[in-house]
Design a protein around this ligand. Sequence first.
Ligand SMILES: NC(=O)C1=CN([C@@H]2O[C@H](COP(=O)(O)OP(=O)(O)OC[C@H]3O[C@@H](n4cnc5c(N)ncnc54)[C@H](O)[C@@H]3O)[C@@H](O)[C@H]2O)C=CC1
Ligand SMILES: CC(=O)C(=O)O
Ligand SMILES: [Mg+2]
Length: 372
Amino acid sequence: MRVGCPREIKNHEYRVGLTPGSVREYVANGHEVIVESQAGAGIGADDAVYAAAGAKIVQSAKEVFDQADMIVKVKEPQQQEWKMLRQDQILYTYLHLAPDPEQAKGLIESGCTAIAYETVTDERGGLPLLAPMSEVAGRLAIQASATALQKANGGRGILLGGVPGTQPGRVAIIGGGVVGLNAARMAVGLGADVTIIDKSLPRLRELDNLFDGRIRTRYSTVEALEEEVFAADAVIGAVLIPGAAAPKLVTREMLGGMKKGAVLCDVAIDQGGCFETSKPTTYSDPTYEIDGVIHYCVANMPGAVPITSARALNHATLHYGLMLANKGLRALVDEPHLRNGLNVHRGRITNKAVAEALGYELAAPQEVLQVA
Ligand SMILES: NC(=O)C1=CN([C@@H]2O[C@H](COP(=O)(O)OP(=O)(O)OC[C@H]3O[C@@H](n4cnc5c(N)ncnc54)[C@H](O)[C@@H]3O)[C@@H](O)[C@H]2O)C=CC1
Ligand SMILES: CC(=O)C(=O)O
Ligand SMILES: [Mg+2]
């Protein structure tokens, strides 16, 4: 198969869909790999490194899209990219379609087969292609919140860890999955006072055991959310219902009960955000203020640390990427966890949560792929 990797074009996105190491694996499996010039610049891998790994370098994204049978990316295709996709081409990348009707329409019209990293599953009920970027974003969320809390940045002016004789900052983490756990690790490491709120009691038990008394856990109710959000210096939004738009757990009205200069960091913004007042921002201008509360809503947080993120992402995507290159659509027929990643196929939406969020009729993946 001809596998193509264009340069990422989202604002301040420095990751790359294929690292030189991944290119070598595809080439070793007998595939041709086409990489856009400078696609790896953000991770310090120039065209010569990619050529040495066996890639053919082309000068434009158009050449990649024209020549490749499968496109491997990081972020959801931007408008100029989805316009270059075509019938029977495979797109393998993050999509986050539930809050993005325009992109969904573009993918439907292209006729392509679009596989979303964030809905591929594993046998333990996890999301293995989302997890590494959630690890990165969870850790970054505390760095971002700590910076936003500084007075010169509009924040309250509190040091999350405090110093001896002062109270540490309070961090409320809503959603104790991969983002939540990694945010908690960083916040605890800094010495902050941390609460994790989740609606899964088994998960709260796991977290309680893991942190051995260093965090508070709370079951997610409106009452618990209000108490924790009002008391917090920083709130991390980290909930997920796979494929679906995030539930709005902090309302506009609740901002009035928050401390002035507190920070809402909505990591779940890629699924539409879990605070009513969230809107996607970029690293060019990551924060804005509403009712005295600083909002941080960058939808591609891991893009800021591409050397770590691109490697971690490639470790997770390579296995199924190779399977797709080796078997084509047959890989989706043979492997149910990869099939759960199928969001759009030949003009139909094939993910239940996405179809419900956007009001499309669901086409069952087994039917459109004609799984026996
Ligand atoms: N902004 C960015 O750059 C990035 C954003 N993300 C996003 O972060 C979000 C979280 O991802 P993960 O941690 O991997 O998901 P996850 O599935 O590991 O964890 C989500 C947690 O939310 C909990 N939850 C669901 N509804 C809840 C409610 N009403 N109240 C409290 N908890 C609730 C679940 O029980 C689960 O423990 C996703 O939207 C993901 O796409 C991930 C990476 C980068
Ligand atoms: C998951 C996601 O949105 C990201 O890594 O940018
Ligand atoms: Mg988008």
